[in-house]
Design a binder for this molecule. Structure first.
Ligand code: NAP
Length: 262
């Protein structure tokens, strides 16, 4: 339920060091993307680690420019080569933009899964409408939708939709500490004080309560550890209610091309 995000860890040595340190600390889910320019470093860190490859949940993403049927297949092959693997646990559609076309794109993802090259199919930045269409069209199950989610962007509508029996899609939370902004929120500070924790840890614990996998990015050892130790923070119903009652809304990742801006 807690992974490591690697966006903007582009320097090779820093990325190898960060991912290696995270694996030593206990992280087992690593999130990258062809667009992050670090798949080679992520792959080397996983290969160099004492942790078995089978025990690491490796996720990567296909960029919007590579989402037509043929490009998905070549892009996935290129990702495998950079990562130095012949299987990834989860392959996402990074954004439903560019070459994305529901039937064509998801047919290629289904083929990769049927061939045993990917464990699960993921989508990212999908609204309820886009997710509904994807679930309907895809020949293989959609395992997860990776979206920005934290107490300032609770994604209530998506959560309700994903939990339906005939949908059954997991949410993966990116920017789960709102890139640090959660530390300014009074309610999170109060809950953090009660648990002798930090607002960042409370944000991650709140996502866990919602059964959402969070993938905070961290490069400093202190941040990596602090986030990992959020697993020890147990919120009670009162804490969750207090966090759910936060009215402030903030979206960090909000490009013009995003489907919610169309
Ligand atoms: P984030 O994880 O919310 O925040 C990362 C920032 O917070 C970094 O500057 C990090 O600093 C700092 N930080 C980490 N732990 C901290 C702590 N305990 N206390 C204070 N500061 C802390 O934001 P994000 O990188 O946008 O999101 C996480 C991951 O989600 C990405 O790396 C990527 O894998 C994924 N993502 C996906 C999409 C998508 O379109 N699918 C979009 C955005 C992100 P240091 O690095 O200095 O430690």
């Amino acid at each position: 339920m807690l992974g490591l995000g690697t966006y903007q860890i582009e320097a090779y040595d820093e990325c190898v060091e960060t991912v290696g340190q995270a694996l030593r600390m206990g992280y087992r889910h690593i999130d990258t993307a062809e667009g992050y320019d670090n798949e080679d470093a992520v792959g080397d860190a996983v290969a160099d680690s004492d942790v078995d490859r089978d025990d690491v949940f490796l996720a990567t993403k296909v960029s919007p420019d590579n989402l037509d049927y043929d490009h998905v297949l070549t892009s996935a092959a290129d990702s495998f080569e950079r990562l130095g693997v012949d299987f990834v646990d989860l392959l996402y559609v990074h954004w439903p933009t560019g070459e994305y076309e529901t039937t064509d794109t998801l047919e290629a993802f289904a083929e990769l899964r049927e061939e045993g090259l990917i464990g699960e199919i993921g989508v990212s930045n999908f609204t309820v409408d886009l997710l509904e269409e994807a679930v309907e069209v895809s020949e293989e199950p959609i395992f997860a939708n990776q979206v920005e989610m934290h107490p300032l962007l609770p994604q209530t509508e998506l959560q309700q939709f994903c939990a339906q029996d005939d949908v059954d899609v997991e949410l993966v939370a990116y920017s789960p500490i709102a890139r640090g902004d959660v530390s300014d929120v009074d309610e999170l500070q109060a809950v953090a004080e009660k648990h002798d924790a930090t607002p960042q840890q409370v944000s991650l614990a709140w996502l866990r309560e919602k059964e959402v996998t969070a993938i905070p990015k961290a490069t400093s050892e202190d941040h990596l550890r602090e986030n990992w130790l959020s697993l020890d923070v147990e919120l009670d119903d009162e804490d969750v209610e207090k966090i759910d009652s936060i009215e402030e809304r903030r979206r960090i990742v909000d490009p013009d091309k995003a489907p919610w801006n169309q």
